[in-house]
Design a protein around this ligand. Structure first.
Ligand SMILES: Nc1ncnc2c1ncn2[C@@H]1O[C@H](COP(=O)(O)OP(=O)(O)OP(=O)(O)O)[C@@H](O)[C@H]1O
Length: 243
């Protein structure tokens, strides 16, 4: 597996306020990392630093690709373009026909084949989020950053889309950094979960999960989910490596 991103003791300040203090992590291709932590602890800031959307104040960020897709917390669609055109717009290369085919394929994958001609304002929050996911995936990025991508979806659609995203990840071998507040979602989606303290993005606990077992083993998922929930509630600080 090759290295996509590495943070070495990265610090981020907004004005004089430190929001991230000496945070380190690395992402390889084919790996899904979930960032789990309380509101305001700095998860989105880590994504923005990873994407290069904001500058760090100290430490070192090594980014081996600029080919990055981002699913923002609030979908940022172009209001005057249709759903289809919003996705086509993100395809970087190929003929017009190729671009259309790729966009159709992804929109069908996220269950929006009937809404391709709609404009963003005609969609529900969950539908807009699905367009955003299709748009991030369509350009075949090497890294995808997802900021609570399923928070606006109902439970069954959430589960369906999680499965779709997992199959796309496995097919394309991309690296994903994924922000969520939901322990079960973190367990289902991630190979590695980084749990953060409520301030400064200090790592509270890091867990590696067994991807193969997760596929079939419902008890394993529930066990890991309970462990995570306990850690969130108990506020214990310990490191467990389960692989
Ligand atoms: N552009 C900015 N200017 C000043 N402060 C900011 C800016 N962006 C974020 N912050 C501050 O940085 C801290 C971390 O914010 P961030 O959005 O990264 O947290 P988060 O963990 O993603 O929160 P949530 O789970 O609620 O989305 C917060 O205190 C926030 O107010």
């Amino acid at each position: 597996m090759s290295l996509l991103v590495q943070f070495n003791e990265v610090t981020k300040k907004y004005n004089d306020q430190t929001v991230i203090d000496k945070f380190s992590y690395r992402l390889k291709n084919g790996e899904v990392i979930a960032l789990l932590g309380p509101s305001g602890c700095g998860k989105t800031t880590i994504l923005n630093l990873t994407a290069g959307l904001t500058n760090h104040t100290a430490g070192e960020i090594q980014r081996n690709t600029d080919d990055i897709g981002y699913v923002f917390q609030e979908p940022r669609l172009i209001p005057w373009k249709t759903v289809l055109d919003n996705v086509v717009f993100a395809v970087k290369s190929g003929s017009k026909q190729d671009k259309l085919e790729k966009a159709h394929h992804l929109l069908a994958k996220v269950g929006l084949e009937k809404s391709m001609k709609c404009y963003p304002k005609q969609l529900s929050g969950g539908m807009r989020q699905r367009v955003s996911i299709a748009r991030a995936l369509v350009s075949n990025p090497k890294i995808i950053l997802m900021d609570e991508p399923f928070s606006a979806l109902d439970v069954s659609l959430k589960r369906e889309l999680q499965e779709d995203v997992i199959s796309i990840i496995e097919e394309k071998n991309i690296g994903i950094v994924y922000v969520t507040h939901d322990p079960e979602e973190a367990v289902r989606m991630a190979d590695r979960i980084i749990m953060l303290e409520d301030k400064l993005c200090k790592v509270k606990r890091e867990i590696s999960l067994e991807r193969v077992r997760k596929k079939r083993d419902h008890h394993y998922i529930q066990k890991m989910k309970c462990e995570l929930s306990e850690c969130i509630i108990g506020g214990q600080s310990r490191y467990v490596e389960t692989v």
